[in-house]
Structure formats: structure tokens, C-alpha cells
Design a protein around this ligand. Structure first.
Ligand code: SF4
Length: 199
């Protein structure tokens, strides 16, 4: 028994076996080999599978993204197909209408793929590098927290509240990411903390 057999490989073999066995039972023994030889290679057989989470809502269904092109070799990876992850405990392979249309979302011409900024006094956004965006966010967080953290209440009890900055988290994450986000936000003292699922 081949313990490395993939789910798709198993389904293909099972289908081939059923057809060949039926032909064999009917007396067309030679047809078994011919049938097996003409089973078309599954279209996604040579693609790379990447597990991810649906971007849309807080159900956070598991998905598998199929792409062609080796990123490690400097090639452009072309996304070919997205489907529900049958091994994911949340959705067991199912996707709703929005999740089923994820590929068009990923490939939409209007999709933002880089951070953008609208500078003070400007009426339009411009693209900036990821490092620039992260540095700017980190600077703003540090400056505002230093200026506005409330360390003690009126009775002198330590409270460490930071009420001048809020945080909006993404719901389309794993439990581990959500846990880490919560710890980071609360450890900084942020009180205003909400989630995209409620917006
Ligand atoms: S597939 Fe549908 S239910 Fe699942 S996370 Fe995406 S939008 Fe939500």
C-alpha cells in the first residue's frame, strides 16, 4: 500500500479501478490496461498546493491555492485554482459563494497589492514600500503611546490604559494569529479593539 497516496491520486485511482474492474467482469480483460492507460492526467497534478484562510469573513474557512511557477527559482507563480480544504476542521472542504469566487478576488485589477498613503494636505494616495509603511506605523504607535498612556488612575492604581489609539484586527486568520494579535494589542494597553467581522 502506498502511504504517500494523495487525496486526488486516490480518487483518480479509485475511478480507474472501478471502470477497469467492470470491464474485466464483462470479459474485456485487455480493456483494463487500455482504460488505465488513457485516464487523463489530473489538470492540477503538477501545481503547487498552498494552504491559506479565506479572506472574507470570520468563519475563516481553510482553502488550498493551486499555482504553477517556482517562486524559489525566481519564477512568477500563476494562481490557477482555489478550493476548500477538505482537511480543515472549520469547513471540511466546503466554501460559500464568496469563498468559491476567491480566485476572481485575488486576480481583480482593482485589488491593492501595495501599501498606499495620503499625505497631509494631499487629495490622492501614492504607493510606498512595505518597509516605509511599517516604519511609519511603528513610529506613530510609539509616539502616541509615549504621549498618552495612562499608567495610574486617580487613586494611584496601575491601569496602563492607552485610549488614544484603536486597533482593528482581521477576522480571516488562524486561531494562533488571533491569539497573538490579542496579546500584542492588550499588552500595549489598547482599549479600543475590534474586529473586521463586526464592521
Ligand atoms: S468561504 Fe464563506 S463562510 Fe468561509 S470564510 Fe470565506 S466568506 Fe466566510
Amino acid at each position: 500500500m502506498n502511504l504517500d497516496l494523495t487525496r486526488r491520486g486516490f480518487l483518480k485511482l479509485a475511478g480507474t479501478g472501478a471502470a477497469a474492474t467492470t470491464l474485466g467482469a464483462m470479459g474485456f480483460g485487455a480493456a483494463e490496461a487500455a482504460t488505465a492507460a488513457h485516464v487523463r492526467q489530473f489538470k492540477l497534478a503538477t501545481t503547487t498546493e498552498t494552504r491559506n484562510i479565506c479572506t472574507y469573513c470570520s468563519v475563516a474557512c481553510g482553502i488550498i491555492m493551486y499555482s504553477r511557477g517556482d517562486l524559489a527559482a525566481g519564477e512568477h507563480a500563476e494562481l490557477l485554482h482555489i478550493e476548500g480544504d477538505a482537511d480543515h476542521p472549520t469547513n471540511r472542504g466546503t466554501l460559500c459563494a464568496k469563498g468559491s469566487a476567491l480566485k476572481s478576488y485575488v486576480k481583480a485589477e482593482t485589488r491593492l497589492t501595495r501599501p498606499r498613503i495620503r499625505r497631509p494636505g494631499s487629495d490622492h494616495f501614492v504607493d510606498i514600500e512595505w518597509d516605509q509603511a511599517l516604519d511609519k506605523i511603528a513610529r506613530a504607535i510609539k509616539d502616541d503611546r509615549d504621549a498618552n498612556l495612562i499608567e495610574h488612575n486617580a487613586e494611584g492604581v496601575p491601569v496602563n490604559r492607552w485610549t488614544s489609539t484603536g486597533f482593528l484586527a482581521a477576522s480571516a486568520t488562524t486561531n494562533e494569529t488571533a491569539w497573538l494579535t490579542y496579546k500584542v494589542v492588550r499588552s500595549m494597553g489598547i482599549v479600543g479593539f475590534d474586529n473586521q467581522a463586526r464592521v
